[in-house]
Design a binder for this molecule. Structure first.
Ligand code: SF4
Length: 400
């Protein structure tokens, strides 16, 4: 259970002001002492993440956040981090202590959730102290489902879990990456280059996830490096149903795979699975309008040490500058960082986003849309640069 990647778990985040019982609540839900509980307001500083299983939903990540009413210079930084959690939240628990009244902070976090269409469950904590009628009335007026919880005694936790199950958004994760593109007993080939950028002794997460998805679909999967692809094709009695390659070797692979065999890439599949393939395809027109000196943001959703062949640090900048015919000004955003100064950029280039959840990718797409900044992902960009974008998106035709 613990090996399910965080990026495919339902993200349930607990928000509320300081000392509203958030940490006790996460401890009660998980039945573990994860978060430090103290009567001193502001004990939780950075968000705390905990993976668990909630049947029948499956694997979830619970997130305990710092108080939304935190003060001072450090407090403001903590509030900023708390608000960053909104970007990855699939379901919000809004905690209000039974002996306090909802304040403007609660109003503002609720407004943020509504803006992002995040479902919210009200939780009246410390229910042993007070019935919490004021908070209950507030939740009722806001038309939110709610429950009362006494965390130390674990009272109300079963009801809260029922509400979580009832209010989980059905579309927080599409059910398949390639299952709808292939059928049982189809043969598919995965092309996974082993170069200086490949992690030692393992496949990267998108490759593993596609492989698992193919197994679930009952397909027969061959995994090869690009230099063994020709031999793999020659050994098959029938052409494969689909070839999925790392986009970095599009040029090489597309010359080997016969034109009638569908070809795509891991990051194009992930553009559909995690985000919105159409949005990424719309962004591609911006490449032709780039001029030397323009600012380009490259967003990589994880931190890794870049190699000399790094796709985001070396290859994509080189390809883009060659296309533009001059130097561009690149900025890199890694992990959860995604800059606020988006209007400065002429283009955002995003990685396959295997390490963040769909909600966070959609939040980034929506930010770009808000400022009318074109965004593409690695696979779409490389497909365009190598002149095979139509071919490699054809297998996902209905999503274009
Ligand atoms: S850079 Fe992006 S696609 Fe590559 S491993 Fe990190 S999160 Fe996944």
């Amino acid at each position: 259970m613990q090996t399910t990647p965080r990026s495919v778990r339902l993200h349930i985040a607990i928000f509320g002001k300081r000392n509203s019982g958030k940490s006790s609540l996460i401890n009660a839900i998980t039945n573990q002492e994860l978060a430090v509980v103290s009567p001193v307001a502001g004990t939780t500083t950075d968000p705390v993440f905990k993976s668990m299983e909630i049947s029948p939903i499956g694997p979830v990540t619970l997130i305990d956040t710092a108080g939304i009413d935190d003060e001072g210079e450090l407090g403001e930084l903590r509030v900023k981090k708390t608000k960053q959690v909104l970007a990855k939240t699939d379901l919000m628990l809004l905690a209000i202590a039974s002996d306090s009244e909802p304040k403007e902070w609660d109003e503002s976090i609720l407004a943020e959730a509504e803006k992002r269409c995040i479902p919210v469950i009200g939780v009246i904590t410390k229910a042993d102290i007070n019935p919490g009628d004021v908070a209950a009335k507030w939740f009722e007026t806001a038309k939110l489902p709610y429950c009362r919880v006494d965390s130390p005694q674990k009272k109300g936790i079963d009801r809260l879990k029922e509400l979580i199950i009832e209010n989980t958004p059905q579309d927080y994760l599409p059910s398949t990456i390639i299952g709808d593109l292939i059928s049982e007993k189809d043969t598919i080939i995965l092309v996974t280059p082993v170069d200086a950028g490949a992690p030692k002794s393992r496949l990267i997460l998108p490759q593993v996830q596609v492989l698992r998805d193919a197994l679930d679909a009952g397909a027969c999967t061959m995994v090869v490096r690009e230099h063994e692809l020709q031999a793999a094709l020659d050994n098959l009695k029938q052409p494969p149903r689909l070839v999925i390659t790392d986009s970095q070797v599009f040029d090489f692979v597309s010359k080997i795979v016969p034109a009638e065999v569908p070809l795509t890439s891991f990051s194009i599949l992930f553009a559909r699975y995690k985000g919105n393939l159409r949005e990424f395809l719309n962004g591609i027109k911006a490449i032709d309008n780039l001029n030397p000196g323009d600012k380009v943001l490259i967003a990589e959703a994880c931190t890794h040490y870049p190699s000399h062949e790094d796709i985001g640090r070396v290859k994509i900048p080189n390809w883009l500058e060659k296309k533009v015919g001059g130097k561009l000004s690149f900025t890199w955003a890694v992990g959860s960082d995604f800059p606020e100064d988006l209007p400065e950029y002429k283009l955002v280039v995003h990685c396959g986003a295997c390490m963040i959840n769909r909600a966070e990718v959609l939040e980034r797409l929506s930010k770009c849309k808000e400022f009318d900044i074109p965004i593409v992902n690695y696979g779409v960009l490389i497909g365009y640069i190598t002149g095979i974008l139509n071919r490699v998106t054809a297998p996902l035709e209905k999503h274009k």
